[in-house]
Each structure stands twice: as C-alpha cells, then as structure tokens.
Design a protein around this ligand. Structure first.
Ligand SMILES: Nc1nc2c(ncn2[C@@H]2O[C@H](COP(=O)(O)OP(=O)(O)OP(=O)(O)O)[C@@H](O)[C@H]2O)c(=O)[nH]1
Ligand code: SF4
Ligand code: SF4
Length: 308
C-alpha cells in the first residue's frame, strides 16, 4: 500500500541522515534541514527496523546522508542491514573516504553514490569546503565509478566562486563517466533576503537555456520533474541534471521523499522548521511495528509542498 499525503503526492523514498558529524566545513551547508546539533544517533538496528517498516508501504528507495555518512564507523553494517529491504540504496557523500570505502560499500550492498564536487580548482575547493582534499576526493570518485555507478557529481553553483567552471565540469563528468548535477543554492524563504544569499545565489535558468541549445537529447525525471540534458563534449556525451528548487512549484509538487533526522525524527521537508515527528523515543520505549507505522502515516499526512 503506497502512502499519499494530503496533496496527492506518493512517498516512495526515504532520505536518512546518519549523523550530523562531518569532516568538512562547507560554508553553505544546510545540514539536510536539521537545525540543531543532535548527538543522539540511531543505531544500525534502529535504522534497519525503520527501513523494514517503511518497505511495507512500498518505500524501496533509500538515500543515506549526513553530515557525512562515511564518518560513522558502522557505515558498512548499516548498509548491509538495510539493503535487503531496498531496491535503490544510495548515499550522498563528500567523497573524502571513498577511495578506501567504494569497494567495501558496494560489497555491503550500496548501489550508487552522489559525490559533492563544487570545484576542480584546489584553492576554490578549499574556500568552499574548508579543507584541502580535492586530490583525495578525485581519487575517491575514480574508485566510485568502478564500483558504485552511476556516480553523480553534485556541484552547487555560487556566484563569483565556481560559476565560471560549469562547462569544465560538464567535460570532466563526461571524461570520468559520471553524471553532473548542477544545484542552485537553496534556502528557506526567510533567508532569501540575507546578504549571504544575495551574494552567492546564481540562478540556473539561463544555464538551462544554454543546456537546451547544446543538448542532443533531453529527458525528464519523475522525481521533482528534474530535467536531464545530454551534452556532447570532447570526451563523449555528458549527462547533466539540473536541481533548481527555489520558488519552483513544479519541483515541490513532484517531491516524493520523506526525510529522517540522525536523531530519529521524520522531517517532512528540507526547508521547513516546524515539521518534525519523533519516532525514536517510541521505538526505545518498546513501541510495536504497527505503532511506528502509525507515526510514519502521521508524518506523511503533515507533508506540504514548500513552494506552492
Ligand atoms: N529543496 C529540495 N532540495 C533537494 C531535494 N533533494 C535534493 N535537493 C537538493 O539537491 C542536492 C543534491 O541532492 P542529493 O543528495 O545528491 O540527492 P538527489 O540528487 O536528490 O537524489 P538522486 O537523484 O536520487 O541521487 C541536495 O543537497 C539539495 O540541495 C529536495 O527534496 N528538496
Ligand atoms: S560535506 Fe556536506 S555535510 Fe559536510 S559540511 Fe559540506 S555540505 Fe555539510
Ligand atoms: S517540498 Fe519542496 S522544498 Fe520541501 S523537500 Fe520537497 S521539494 Fe524540497
């Protein structure tokens, strides 16, 4: 039985934050919408139980996020435990540990990864992420392409920082055999008037126009109705996806995901702040599967498109 919210949107996938810890310090980090630091992380058993219960409602797609999911020592155990319930198991990572982890993660059951790569220039990379790890991440991407394909490279485009690198990144994606995701900087409504947002926000609509011109093929995904452009380069065809969430009613109308915070709460939308429903306390107090499923239903009914 599929779960639908009050706006007729089915919930088909979970985005589970495993931790709020991260070894990077990206200055625009949105912490997957988790506004307060929470040390109380779910155990592998608790994550498995949640995923098992969700799978009864046709939720068979799971994305592991953070913070940085690979800083968890038990990451392989988590992947191993949840894979049996999941058809598409992916992870969004900064790539810093992929060189050593790509193969074991694949063996444990991870299907694919998205790796943040905001610049190919070491100095710009350092300015954005706060660390000097571009080389390590590039090596990790090379390894990921071997074991966790299709690999997506996430580039959040920011004015005056990396907006001049878009087309180099398109080429790099083709050369590496990865998909490029160009992501528009996003923030909740109340932040859009801040100096910070105005300084760095770089609208991707003009870039999409250019992609449209250069594309040999354009497809549309069900999720968020995101468009994918197939762009010829010197290294073959690059696949480029555009994530343009701000003020995008179509994006939100086609949102099929429910978030889970690292401390065991359902979170109905990345940009909302009044939308948390705790299930971990109930789990730890001995709630039955049916009771946890009931909390899941309540969370689904709280979902609302943010831009409407
Ligand atoms: N507003 C909003 N932004 C999102 C949402 N999903 C992804 N994003 C943005 O897109 C960025 C990249 O997302 P990823 O974690 O790589 O996952 P994804 O691309 O959505 O998922 P797949 O295509 O299934 O791999 C995030 O950091 C967000 O900025 C969403 O549901 N709402
Ligand atoms: S790598 Fe991701 S979680 Fe870590 S600081 Fe950067 S954006 Fe935030
Ligand atoms: S409703 Fe919109 S802003 Fe909220 S998570 Fe879904 S796509 Fe993102």
């Amino acid at each position: 039985m599929t779960l639908y919210d009050r706006f007729g949107r089915p919930v088909t996938n979970l985005r589970i934050s495993l931790t709020q810890e991260c070894n990077f310090r990206c200055f625009f980090c949105h912490r997957e919408g988790q506004r307060f630091l929470a040390a109380n992380e779910m155990t592998p058993e608790e994550i498995e139980r949640l995923v098992r219960i969700a799978s009864r409602f046709g939720i068979r797609k799971v994305k592991l996020t953070g913070g940085e999911p690979t800083v968890r020592e038990d990451i392989l155990e988590i992947v191993r435990r949840i894979k049996p319930y999941v058809i598409d198991l992916s992870m969004t990572t900064n790539g810093s540990r992929l060189k050593e982890l790509a193969k074991p993660l694949a063996k444990a059951g991870l299907d694919r990864v998205n790796v943040s790569l905001h610049s190919l220039k070491p100095d710009v990379y350092r300015r954005i992420t706060g660390v000097d790890m571009l080389e390590t991440v590039l090596e990790g991407i090379e390894e990921a392409v071997k074991y966790l394909s299709p690999v997506k490279l996430n580039m959040t485009v920011m004015r005056g920082l990396n907006d001049g690198e878009i087309w180099d990144m398109v080429k790099f994606a083709a050369k590496t055999g990865a998909i490029l995701q160009l992501i528009e900087l996003e923030a909740p409504r109340e932040m859009t008037e801040t100096k910070f947002f105005k300084k760095y926000f770089y609208p991707l609509r003009p870039v999409e126009k250019e992609l449209e011109k250069r594309a040999v093929e354009i497809r549309e995904r069900t999720m968020h109705r995101r468009r994918k452009y197939f762009i010829p380069t010197d290294y073959g065809i690059a696949e480029v996806e555009v994530v343009r969430a701000m003020h995008n009613t179509v994006f939100c109308a086609n949102c099929t995901r429910l978030r889970v915070t690292s401390d065991g709460k359902f979170k109905t939308c990345l940009l909302r702040k009044d939308d948390l429903i705790d299930f971990l306390t109930a789990m730890r107090n001995g709630a039955s599967d049916e009771e946890i499923a009931e909390i899941l239903h309540q969370a689904v009914l709280m979902r609302e498109p943010y831009w409407k």
